[in-house]
Design a protein around this ligand. Sequence first.
Ligand SMILES: [Zn+2]
Length: 240
Amino acid sequence: MLAENQVNRVLVVTAHPDDADFGAAGTVALMVDRGVEVTYLLVTDGDAGGNERAQDNAGMAELRRSEQIAAAKAVGVTDVRFLGYSDGTVVPSLELRRDIARVIRQVRPDLVITHHPDRNYQFVAPSHPDHRAVGGATLDAVYPDARNPYAFPELLRDEGLTEWTVREVWLNGGSAPNHWVDITDALDRKVAALLSHVSQVSHREGFEAFVRERFLQNGATAGLPTGRAAEPFQIVPTSF
Ligand SMILES: [Zn+2]
């Protein structure tokens, strides 16, 4: 596992607005506190989300982009990028791999955080098809696409983007986490980030208590002292 001082740039790749905030906003807040530069890359605008909504999909996309930008700001992230794929129909295509590899070469992160590409049979909620597709495409973009100078040669030829090796990937939502980050000192900021997604959470009664309870439960699972909260990840070394 990379030491903290080996992680200076991080790219978080997710399918929808709010995924980064459920999965990793506490960890991200603590990284930003240490001076790490964090970029969010969202594959869709979440245009098929919402509840009893008045907007069409285009209106929802615009609203959710603005909610994600506000949520990012709540944990100190200002670089938020969107690929504009359609919510609910993402597949791990060559096009998506190229689009993620492009951003990896632009950002040159030490660490990438993304969705687990496998279905979680213990708890299916994190295994939305878009999440699995984005997780798979991101791992493929990390290895081999971004590091192979001959993969997607147009990235070098047309955009001058040279190869880049990401050294570690942290996966969210899997059934076998092997690393827990103590996010207690950032739990309030994580909650604030989640509450920024007004169109998704404002109708959910007791949402804030639910979030706090869930991440305190993760802290207990991680073996942290009572009252400590944690975010779980599966760490995948990718430097080999
Ligand atoms: Zn999602």
